[in-house]
Write a protein that binds this ligand. Structure first.
Ligand SMILES: [Zn+2]
Length: 236
């Protein structure tokens, strides 16, 4: 039996492979996403619509006139904020590329969810403040529980980590839904017109969604590790 935090310490903790696996999955997904986004940032939309124009047209077509479209620094970053802003990094804002219109329309999909009171997003907002705290505190509390051999602390660490997993799980339907809305809106507004453009938009959105699936898989692997560590420790 290994002794956590003693002797060989964490170095020979065999469950550490799960942490490494989780990191590899997350890194692979984000590398894939970056490469797809960069490929389709070089594919020009035939209508010449920029990310900013796409966002405006999609929002207006959805009857939304109170959401601002903001330009920000960084590369390939976009998000919707609940202060009713779609935020696009410089090149997404200005480029008439598949990547730009796909991500802009996706964020508008979140704005449409917000406007329609989409129930999953309300659940996410409910979990969000607890999530921040849980993701910071779960592992330190759990490890302290192992070091002190104090089961309630271990259980608390696992419960807090479950909140993190629940949050990751909730983001999936919200992300898929926003992407579905994005494809429909880009087509119905005529921003994208060819088969090739539709395919490109879907590829970009799937690549982005994969990073959320990978985050969930990573979180599940880490949760599994905590459960194995707690089980092993308590059999000692
Ligand atoms: Zn999203």
């Amino acid at each position: 039996m290994y002794r956590y935090g003693m002797g060989y310490g964490m170095f020979f903790d065999p469950t550490y492979i799960l942490v490494i696996l989780a990191a590899v999955i997350a890194m692979a997904a984000s590398a894939y996403c970056r490469s797809v986004m960069s490929r389709y940032s070089r594919m020009r939309v035939s209508t010449g619509t920029t990310g900013q124009e796409a966002a405006e047209r999609v929002l207006h077509a959805a009857g939304i006139y109170d959401v601002g479209i903001r330009q920000m620094g960084g590369r390939g970053i976009s998000f919707y904020r609940y202060d009713k802003t779609v935020n696009l990094s410089d090149e997404l804002f200005h480029q008439p590329s598949i990547t730009a219109v796909a991500t802009a329309a996706h964020e508008c999909g979140h704005a449409m969810q917000h406007a329609s009171g989409y129930v999953v997003n309300r659940a996410i907002n409910l979990v969000n403040p607890v999530m921040q705290l849980s993701s910071n505190a779960a592992i330190p509390i759990f490890i302290l529980g192992l070091i002190l051999s104090f089961r309630p602390l271990q259980t608390l660490g696992i419960v807090l980590f479950c909140v993190v997993v629940a949050f990751q799980l909730l983001t999936l339907p919200s992300e898929f839904n926003a992407s579905r809305r994005a494809v429909v809106m880009l087509q119905s507004t005529g921003i994208i017109q060819t088969e090739e453009e539709v395919r490109g938009v879907k590829k970009v959105l799937i690549a982005a969604a994969l990073t959320y699936v990978a985050a969930l898989a990573s979180a599940l692997l880490q949760l599994l590790r905590l459960i194995i560590l707690a089980g092993g420790r308590n059999r000692d």
